[in-house]
Design a protein around this ligand. Structure first.
Ligand code: RAM
Length: 337
């Protein structure tokens, strides 16, 4: 009995191995090699965008494609237009873009799609008719509500707070803020008051000055939520050498590497983010699959995304990376991005 069982195991194992090999090779064969895929970040000098783009370039290399990153140095609403036009002329196979505005880019992206250039938004979406797929870091609702829940914990559920956002047009921040405002309507936050939404334009210096302005205008301020990696780092830098240190809680979305010093010196207690590198990596796989014709971007389409495994397109062409991480002094040293 035992023996015959053993005898049966070898072929089963061989079959399993063969199936795995077939699955792996089918995976690689899904995507055409030599695809020209261009990443257009919100702005090229934003450390968050650099990590995301690097993730995208790594994925394109794995797929034997031809990747590049081009983009503006400011996150202005129409600063990406000229780059899109050039990429159309160059006949790229796909454009992967973190959109600086929900509507301003749509006519240009539509032109790209009409010439069979696939368009993926990531990080910050356009209106759905401007792209085939949106690769979202986390469900927008979870990010927005999560930010209020985190601040509430930090300030004991009570007090005035402000939001220091990116640009007034940023689709991602605006969507998150809408959910923050909705979360605030719940009775448990009745003692928390949002006094102002300020915009640092994802510019370090402007975000720094806006923080100073908030503290001057609202002497009773208990917290600042900056749902932008540029904003939170600038706000923390201002607060760490001001009398507000320890009194005004800064939280939001930041990269562990930019925020580590502020966690260590007690200026910031906790903040959140996902892995931007994985976001870019996933977006590149989505783009390559669109350009290879393995998916069209409709709900239910699925594709293999390298080390991230199989991913499925959800409602209105959205693909979600995964849940965010909350960073504090207990875990920040486990992350390096
Ligand atoms: C900034 C940008 C980006 C956003 C992160 C959290 O780097 O605004 O779009 O996703 O913050």
């Amino acid at each position: 009995m035992k023996r015959s069982f053993r005898l049966m195991r070898a072929p089963l194992l061989a079959a399993a191995l063969m199936a795995a090999t077939v699955a792996l090779s089918a995976n690689a064969a899904d995507v055409k090699s030599g695809l020209k895929i261009a990443f257009v970040p919100k702005q090229i000098n934003n450390p968050y965008e650099v990590i995301a783009d690097d993730g995208g370039m790594a994925a394109i290399k794995e797929m034997k494609g031809d990747g590049k990153v081009v983009g503006p140095s400011d996150a202005g609403a129409s600063s990406q237009v000229s780059y899109i036009n050039t990429l159309i002329t160059q006949r790229q196979n796909a454009i992967v873009i973190a959109a600086n505005d929900a509507n301003a880019l749509v006519p240009y992206l539509k032109k790209a799609m009409s010439q069979n250039i696939k368009v993926v938004t990531f990080d910050s979406d356009t209106a759905p008719d401007g792209r085939q797929i949106f690769v979202n870091q986390v469900e927008s609702e979870a990010i927005g509500r999560g930010q209020i829940q985190l601040l509430s914990k930090l300030i004991g559920g009570e007090g005035e707070f402000a939001i220091l956002s990116a640009t007034p047009n940023a689709t991602n921040q605006n969507t998150w803020i809408k959910f923050m405002q909705d979360e605030l309507k719940k009775p448990e936050y009745s003692k928390m008051k949002l006094v102002k939404i300020a915009y640092g334009n994802d510019d370090d210096q402007k975000s720094f000055v806006e923080t100073q302005g908030l503290l001057q205008a609202y002497p009773n301020l208990k917290g600042i939520i900056a749902p932008t990696t540029v904003g939170i780092a600038a706000a923390a830098r201002y607060i760490q050498s001001s009398p507000a240190k320890g009194k005004v809680m800064v939280t939001g979305l930041g990269t562990p590497n930019q925020m580590r010093a502020f966690i260590k010196n007690g200026t910031v207690k906790a903040f959140q983010l996902w892995d931007p590198g994985q976001l870019g990596y996933l977006a590149a796989y989505a783009a390559a699959n669109l350009a290879s014709g393995t998916i069209t971007g409709k709900e239910g389409d699925s594709f293999e995304a390298g080390k991230l495994g199989k991913r499925t397109v959800g409602k209105s062409g959205e693909v979600i990376l995964g849940p965010p991480t909350t960073f504090d002094s207990s875990n920040i040293d486990n992350f390096n991005f």
